[in-house]
Design a protein around this ligand. Structure first.
Ligand SMILES: [Zn+2]
Length: 464
């Protein structure tokens, strides 16, 4: 199969007074718009970098002119491009093809990138692999001065500058949202460094290709390592602690609250690595006191031990949560050794987070776990089934929205990406089969046939 390049032919206009013809039309498959109405269409037309029409075959046929490239999607599914809202792309590209949970422990703390050339190569590798997966947007969660002397070279300020230099170039095949980091990755931060960081302007770039909406704060560790800040003690005692500052518990809490407030007051998005229920509690409380997240879209990253009550408050405060079901799977045994059985049962409450009108998103945390979103969705579905949720077409549609429409809300970009609606960018993922027809468990076995970003084909599967 060969998909023609959408940008190779200029848009031809019909006779004067007529609407322009499409550059490309997808006909014959199932088009999952993934909008709020969960609309399903049969055809879609693209002009330039934008979706011009979505509807029935006959509606879209009206856009076809002599130069329109027609792509038969018979038996296939057309989805919005996938948005992985928690993916360390530079680190992923530098480590490729290794994944932390699926390879040896060796080499995860050694120097990977030393030069601008190395950084560009890592980013290119990541973009290439993500295009093959149908991923057209991602969030690079945590790049900044705190990691300038970091061991891998994958997270420092230089990386931010490399991204800025590549932003909007033809080789960029995924849109990047980047959160700045003013402390160590998975480590402590100080209020002085944080303040200084906030005062340093971020590089400017076309925000549709490189958007820097806010900051990431590492507030605690992870429950399996007994470093998440929890109410219930770990099996061997201890409650974990906040990573903000180096004072006593009260001082660290005070620094944490100040950090969240400072970014909020500057109109920045705040994403907090928060896994323990006490950390999550404090993050929600401070946002509540600030009057809610509003349009800034503050969100919890991971949220392993979030409680039912906290989920409802998260929703009221208009906060979101970025979940990683594969990590939940791959650390389950480890978690069971650290916390009580009751806590294990309540961890990662997928059943309360899916379809709850909450800005909950699915993500990978690659290269910690696999960036393959098909596996992530299959894993989320399995976790739901274990909690007695029937994963029907409605739930599977929600899981797909958690990888497309909802992360676009988190990116503050829902008005121009995330769904296949007219006027939005033509970021598209074509799958070999319709996920709703085959079910979540079979999703990892179906191929990504094509990936399009802004009307440009960036991946197509070779079929011999
Ligand atoms: Zn991460």
């Amino acid at each position: 199969m060969h998909f023609p390049d959408a940008t190779s032919s200029p848009t031809r206009r019909g006779k004067s007074g007529h609407k322009p013809f499409a550059d490309m039309a997808f006909l014959g498959g199932t088009v999952h718009v993934l909008d709020e109405g969960r609309r399903v269409a049969q055809a879609l037309a693209v002009i330039g970098d934008t979706i011009a029409a979505v509807g029935s075959k006959s509606e879209v046929e009206g856009w076809i002119g002599p130069e329109t490239k027609i792509i038969s999607t018979e038996g296939r599914a057309v989805l919005p491009g996938i948005n992985d809202a928690h993916l360390h792309a530079v680190w992923f590209g530098a480590q490729w093809p290794r994944l932390m949970f699926e390879s040896s422990d060796v080499g995860w703390h050694s120097r990977l990138l030393c030069s601008e050339q190395d950084r560009i190569a890592a980013i290119r590798k990541a973009w290439q692999e993500l295009a093959r997966l149908g991923i057209t947007s991602y969030t690079e969660p945590g790049i900044g001065p705190g990691e300038d002397d970091g061991e891998t070279g994958c997270f420092g300020t230089a990386v931010l500058e490399t991204y800025a230099s590549l932003a909007g170039s033809r080789e960029q095949t995924a849109r990047v949202t980047l959160l700045r980091l003013f402390g160590y990755l998975d480590g402590p931060s100080s209020i002085d460094d944080y303040r200084r960081g906030l005062e340093t302007p971020a590089p400017s770039a076309d925000s549709r290709w490189l958007s820097i909406p806010g900051v990431k704060i590492f507030a605690d560790g992870i429950p399996p390592m007994r470093t998440a800040w929890t109410n219930e003690p770990y099996r061997d005692g201890g409650h974990g602690a906040l990573l903000t500052g180096d004072g006593n518990e009260q001082e660290r809490l005070c620094d944490f609250r100040t950090m969240v407030s400072m970014a909020h007051e500057r109109g920045l998005q705040v994403a907090v690595h928060a896994t323990g229920d006490r950390t999550i509690e404090e993050f929600i409380s401070v946002v509540e006191k600030l009057g809610g997240a509003e349009r800034l879209g503050h969100y919890v990253i991971h949220g392993d031990l979030i409680t039912r009550e906290q989920i409802e408050r998260l929703k009221s405060a208009r906060m979101g949560i970025a979940l990683q079901p594969l990590i939940a799977d791959q650390t389950a045994d480890w978690l069971a050794k650290a916390v009580s059985e009751a806590t294990v049962k309540q961890a990662w409450p997928m059943d309360k987070l899916v379809g709850n009108a909450l800005n909950a998103i699915l993500s990978s945390d690659a290269p910690v776990a696999s960036p393959d979103w098909r596996r992530v969705i299959a894993s989320a579905a399995l976790q739901l089934e274990r909690r007695d949720v029937v994963v029907d077409e409605g739930i599977l549609t929600e899981l797909l929205r958690m990888y497309t429409a909802i992360p676009a809300i988190q990116d503050g970009a829902a008005d121009w990406k995330g769904t296949l609606e007219v006027g939005k960018v033509a970021d598209i993922c074509v799958l070999e089969h319709d996920p709703l027809a085959i079910g979540a468990s079979a999703l990892p076995n179906i191929e990504v046939d094509m990936t399009m970003v802004g009307g440009r084909i960036v991946h197509e599967r070779a079929i011999n």
